[in-house]
Design a protein around this ligand. Structure first.
Ligand SMILES: [Fe+2]
Length: 200
């Protein structure tokens, strides 16, 4: 298996004004592509060739930092593009996901507040997450290319808080970027899909 850069599931200008064409061109065509290209080079001879992406991420964590950083970021970005859609956000969630958010995270408003807070307080580069851990939803944050997979959990929503994801559109205003992501971009149907897969 080798890593492959996916097409964006929407046009480059489709998420404006919340995420611009210029941001997506740099973020997808340059940053994500570099993770794919470097990941493929580092996968060769690593002993993890032929494994699934998830197994490469888990198998390289703490053992092969170069491969882990690139494979982790490839996994994170593959899903990140699908965690957004034009006219996303809102507060109409698929029923089972809504019920789990109510039960485990204190309702959608509280979950969004805690998710944004995780993103704002992640020092330096990293990600904010909703993940399934031990059968329950949890808000998490991780540095750099790490994700919940290496902490015994399965991510169902993630927001990239590296500066490359927001600096063109929001400069240093990370809280405004996180609010726009939650209010206007999140593709809750894809979150539900990952939630269903993680809990079946
Ligand atoms: Fe990124």
């Amino acid at each position: 298996m080798s890593f492959k850069l996916p097409e964006l599931p929407y046009a480059y200008e489709a998420l404006a004004p919340y995420m611009s064409k210029e941001t997506l061109e740099y973020h997808h065509d340059k940053h994500h592509k570099a993770y794919v290209d470097n990941g493929n080079k580092l996968l060769e001879g690593s002993g993890l060739e032929g494994k699934s992406l998830e197994d490469v991420v888990k198998g390289s964590f703490g053992k092969n930092a170069g491969l882990f950083n690139n494979a982790g970021q490839h996994y994170n970005h593959l899903h990140f593009w699908k965690w957004m859609k034009p006219n996303g956000g809102g507060d109409k969630l698929p029923g089972k996901l809504q019920a789990a958010i109510d039960k485990d995270l204190g309702g959608l408003a509280k979950a969004k507040e805690d998710f944004a807070q995780a993103g704002v307080t992640q020092f330096g580069s990293g990600w904010a997450w909703i993940a399934v851990k031990d059968g329950k939803l949890a808000i998490m944050k991780t540095p750099n290319g790490e994700n919940p997979l290496v902490h015994g959990a399965t991510p169902i929503l993630g927001c990239d808080v590296w500066e490359h994801s927001y600096y063109i559109d929001y400069r240093n205003r990370r809280p405004d970027y996180l609010k726009a992501f939650l209010d206007h971009l999140v593709n809750w149907e894809y979150v539900e899909e990952m939630f269903a897969a993680a809990t079946k």
